[in-house]
Design a protein around this ligand. Sequence first.
Ligand code: FAD
Ligand code: SF4
Length: 443
Amino acid sequence: MASTPNIKSGRLSKQEIDSNFGDLHPPLSRSEALIAADRCYFCYDAPCTTACPTGIDIPEFIQKIRSDNLRGSAHTILRENIMGGMCARVCPTEVLCEEACVRNTHEDKPVDIGLLQRHATDPVFDQNIQLFERAATTGLKVAVVGGGPAGLSCAHRLSMLGHDVVIFNRDSKLGGLNEYGIAAYKTIDNFAQTEVEYILSIGGIEVRNDAELGNTFTLDELRNDYSAVFLGVGLGSVNELGVEKDDLPGVLNAIEYIADLRQAKDLSALPVGKNIVVVGGGMTAVDIAVQSKRLGAERVDIVYRRGAKQMGASRFEQDLAKTSGVGITFWAQPVRVLGDDHITGIEFARTELDGSGKLVTTNESMRLQADTVFKAIGQKLVANTLEALEIEHGRIVVDAEQKTTLNNVWAGGDCVVGGDDLTVSAVQHGKLAAIAIDRQLRC
Ligand SMILES: Cc1cc2nc3c(=O)[nH]c(=O)nc-3n(C[C@H](O)[C@H](O)[C@H](O)COP(=O)(O)OP(=O)(O)OC[C@H]3O[C@@H](n4cnc5c(N)ncnc54)[C@H](O)[C@@H]3O)c2cc1C
Ligand code: SF4
């Protein structure tokens, strides 16, 4: 990639990069936290708790912050969501708990629930305070495939319930997209691994990294060797643009680039283009665009085929892109990549909705100059090892307790039908599956 003209490292100094990749939402001081906590009305039947996919008792944890009981507050959070530390950093709170906060109607500003959650949980990770212990061992072993939020949450809850767990993980580090995907400025200082270590410190969880379902072992083997299996394999492959010349050097997979960025020891050494076009409208599109800009790209444009309201990225994320200097063009979809031996640009057809609400292209087109085009148009399940399961819309079918159609196999996180592709939802799926597995194993 570095051989393509205009793609080079060192566009910004190390100091500039460090400042660009600092904490997006710096933590609250004690006095700021007390002021923020004082704004909570401690609603009965709190709508924020209902809006949190993991059902954290938000008024309870905020009340404990007010009485200086941070440890109790962290327990309230982590007993429902063992990744409450990461979720405090990455949840799109503006469409979850904070959207539901009744302060919005009175003052147009919710209680800072995410920041308060971080205030309560940070000391637990900083000081490695163990808040949970294992129940008496059941002697039963459960296999968890995938060490992302879904798998880790499932493993932790199973361990709390007394089961022994083996996590089989394709990557060489645990954490899934917390480690390899989420924007670097949302989770600084290696927090993903701090959280993983905390989760494992409960005991009873064996980890086998670089172990891939379908390559190192099969689902049938796990079903024979373990009392139950949980699948939290995420979405391992990305959608292609499917247009002329989309294989030219310079057309890149946003997820792979972000993984390299997240693992880079020195971000100023990462090659980045001068003119970048991102195709897509979700969180990945915003993340790659903002991070490219913060690495020193001169011009970054997101192009999305529908309008602002339909964008998967929230209003906050869209604003973050704009304030970071990223341009967003709506209602256009790619028709061809331009260039011969490397890309020079990309052509789009303008789009609109026809009378029946179907997206169609118009006769208008536009071209953008580019040395890099990032594909950020969604991921898909690698389903070829999962033929025995029912798959719908490219994802695994599960019931309300995360059970698949196969006996003794549960699944959760991004790989299942009906999710919203958020860390917090993956954590909830893992937790629900562990509770259901425990119930079945005790019958
Ligand atoms: C770029 C990007 C940014 C995002 N930003 C946010 C955000 O800001 N906030 C938010 O809430 N959500 C965000 N998300 C979504 C969030 O990261 C996911 O919803 C969440 O990580 C899903 O968790 P998971 O455990 O289902 O899967 P993953 O996190 O994808 O983890 C899957 C795990 O399974 C392992 N695995 C895969 N295949 C196999 C196999 N065959 N055998 C064994 N192991 C396997 C992998 O090694 C990995 O550890 C983002 C996603 C992306 C792509
Ligand atoms: S986990 Fe996320 S949605 Fe739930 S209370 Fe915390 S920040 Fe809000």
